[in-house]
Design a protein around this ligand. Structure first.
Ligand SMILES: NC(=O)c1ccc[n+]([C@@H]2O[C@H](COP(=O)([O-])OP(=O)(O)OC[C@H]3O[C@@H](n4cnc5c(N)ncnc54)[C@H](OP(=O)(O)O)[C@@H]3O)[C@@H](O)[C@H]2O)c1
Length: 330
């Protein structure tokens, strides 16, 4: 439901670097705008430069309007520090290009928000041969995180990876043999299940990565933003989920895209969350994940499968950094 919890207005240093995927619209847009309005340097990683440029322009216009209205909790700056880097999650090469571009800036990285996503999608495979939802929502973010973690580990205290997941993770089971969905055809492929599973993988990733990041300055959290009126939500308008959605809208249970950004903003900026890991937020409060997502045997299967899918892009030093001192026994 559209709970009125909002988020703390904090002052962020202009040296604090936040990278958010899919910041050009929906939840990501408001997250990027507000984190920048609090003073941080924000990079929106988007697949369309045109849309990103337009979004940055709009963010600045809205910022100046807020400023002239005397909005509390926004930085005393002339212009937002928001820039664009190209990223198409449907291409692992594109992820690597962004990684190289980011490294070339020499910037630190304090917060990585894995927000980009697609909703219910037909059966389709990326240029890398992966099922679309699996790659766009989960796998490419995993690759991005793996390559940016070494930078985050040397960026000072309180670095955060935030995975924008969904409550939908709760209603699906993990099936290793169905990740790529090749046994299905147009008639039997269920895009809704594949979306829900992509969100389950993110929660499983949170637990697996945190085990490896224990005792480091980097934490991973995840969240459900709510049922939010964005383009993505409209992909759920068919079948059983569509009926539920219509009912929810009738009782005013969905959030605006601004309200939908609050839980992500809170996870990114709330100083009380320094050092907090393994938490899944809903309405900015710690919430319950599914038992399935906590299953360590399945987490291990997903981890191994993920590394196998990414083997061309994960050199030995990156794997070594990713695994840290973690062993099965630890
Ligand atoms: N809306 C909800 O009710 C809801 C509920 C639970 C979880 N979520 C999660 O919230 C996150 C944000 O979704 P939203 O609701 O804000 O949807 P949205 O308005 O449709 O925004 C999705 C963003 O992801 C980007 N994106 C899509 N495919 C991409 C790709 N291949 N490479 C790079 N970027 C890509 C989009 O870019 P383009 O503009 O170029 O398409 C857009 O910026 C998603 O992870 C979603 O699963 C949403």
């Amino acid at each position: 439901m559209g709970g009125k919890h909002s988020f703390p207005r904090v002052s962020l240093s202009s040296d604090r670097v936040v990278l958010i995927t899919g910041g050009n619209q929906g939840i990501g847009y408001h997250t990027a705008k507000w984190v920048a309005m609090m003073g941080a340097k924000v990079i929106i990683a988007c697949r369309s430069e045109e849309k990103a440029t337009e979004a940055i322009k709009r963010m600045n216009t809205e910022f100046l309007e807020e400023k002239s209205r005397g909005m509390e909790g926004i930085a005393d700056i002339e212009e937002l520090d928001v820039s664009f880097m190209k990223l198409d999650n449907a291409s692992l090469k594109s992820v690597m290009t962004l990684v190289e571009e980011f490294k070339a800036t020499g910037l630190k990285l304090h917060t990585l928000i894995c927000n980009a996503g697609i909703g219910v999608h037909k059966q389709e495979y990326t240029e890398d041969g992966n099922e679309y939802l699996f790659q766009v929502n989960y796998l490419s973010h995993f690759l991005l995180t793996a390559h940016l973690l070494p930078i985050m580990k040397t960026s000072g205290p309180d670095c955060r990876v935030i995975l924008v997941s969904s409550i939908a993770h709760r209603i699906v089971s993990f099936r290793l043999d169905e990740i790529q969905g090749k046994q299905f055809d147009e008639g039997t492929f269920d895009g809704l299940t594949f979306y829900n599973r992509s969100k389950l993988y993110q929660i499983m990733q949170m637990f697996s990565m945190n085990r490896r990041l224990a005792d480091t300055n980097v934490t991973v959290t995840s969240l459900h933003p709510g049922v939010v009126e964005t383009g993505l939500l409209n992909t759920f308008s068919g079948g059983f989920s569509g009926a539920g959605l219509r009912l929810l809208r009738c009782v005013g249970g969905s959030k605006t895209s601004f309200e939908g950004s609050w839980t992500t903003i809170n996870a990114a900026v709330n100083p009380k969350l320094d050092g907090v890991r393994d938490v899944y937020f809903a309405d900015s409060k710690s919430s319950t994940v599914s038992r399935q997502s906590r299953n360590k045997r399945d987490q291990k299967k997903l981890w191994t499968f993920t590394l196998e899918c990414l083997k061309e892009y994960l050199a030995e030093d990156i794997i070594k950094d990713l695994e840290g001192n973690y062993t099965e026994a630890s």
